[in-house]
Design a protein around this ligand. Structure first.
Ligand code: MLT
Length: 271
């Protein structure tokens, strides 16, 4: 079912909600995607507990501000605590992939008591470098003039691993359309939010909830070595490398990701 919830600054967010049970699983997508990035997880895990997969402000079917200054990691995190309030969830197991992971770390800093567990996938805690920020600005310009289509070819090459690019044509075409269908304003806003995000490195040692960290073995954006390094800084975090998948593990290796999430939920909460 698709639910509509209002943010505290008046934008309507669309949240895909399935299943029942506690703790609920909040699935937060990466850039430049929407809740469809979690299709296989929504299907498999809603049999186990409640699953909510929002479209972040300005992306997918969610509304967002027209100006880029209306987007930041803290702003996304505030939207998501509003989603928990709207769903009547005291707390959630927050699973974030890539940009979703940046948001998960902002959420942990701002609302630690609303976090039952943390799942970080293909992400890292560092801010953008100067060069990275310049690249975001350049991409904002390209999206302003040609729309998100300007990013499709290079994003697909960057986010999907060689196994998917060579052997999973349906995933390649699904990811291409998902990028090209995103509203330009939300893509430009997300680039602004990523360029301005602070470091979360110092927060990792303070994560006091059960945590699971995953990465695709073929991820070149956030490599297994980098992601394992992040996991080592989180007290007691489990680490799983997912074979034959790149950065977009939730779609590239859904069975392995579902299995890791299912065991995590079962071992920690008995669901
Ligand atoms: C993502 O997948 O969310 C992005 O690759 C993150 C980024 O560009 O830093």
């Amino acid at each position: 079912m698709m639910k509509s919830l209002k943010t505290d600054d008046g934008h309507t967010l669309k949240v895909h909600l399935e299943g029942e049970g506690r703790p609920g699983l909040l699935l937060v997508h990466g850039f430049p995607f929407d809740h469809r990035q979690w299709g296989p997880q929504i299907e498999a895990l809603s049999g186990v507990t409640a699953v909510a997969a929002p479209d972040l402000r300005g992306l997918g079917a969610s509304e967002g501000p027209g100006e880029a200054s209306g987007y930041s990691m803290d702003r996304y995190a505030r939207d998501l605590v509003g989603v928990l309030d709207g769903l009547g969830w005291e707390e959630a197991v927050f699973a974030g992939l890539s940009m979703g992971g940046y948001i998960a770390l902002a959420f942990h800093r701002l609302f630690p008591r609303r976090l039952a567990g943390l799942v970080l996938m293909d992400t890292h805690p560092y801010p953008d470098s100067e060069e990275g920020r310049a690249g975001r600005k350049e991409n904002q310009k390209r999206v302003r003039s040609d729309g998100p289509d300007a990013l499709v070819d290079e994003m697909v090459e960057r986010v999907l691993g060689p196994t998917t690019l060579g052997e999973r044509p349906h995933i390649v075409s699904m990811v291409r359309s998902m990028i090209s269908e995103q509203p330009a304003g939300g893509v430009i806003g997300a680039l602004e939010a990523m360029a301005g995000r602070p470091s979360s490195v110092a927060d990792l040692a303070g994560v006091g909830v059960p945590s699971l960290v995953m990465v695709g073995s073929e991820d070149t954006l956030t490599t297994p070595v980098q992601v394992q390094g992040m996991a080592a800084k989180i007290p007691g975090a489990r680490f799983r490398e997912i074979r034959a998948a790149g950065h977009l593990v939730s779609l590239e290796a859904p069975e392995a990701v579902n299995e890791a999430l299912r065991s995590f939920l079962e071992e920690e909460w008995g669901v």
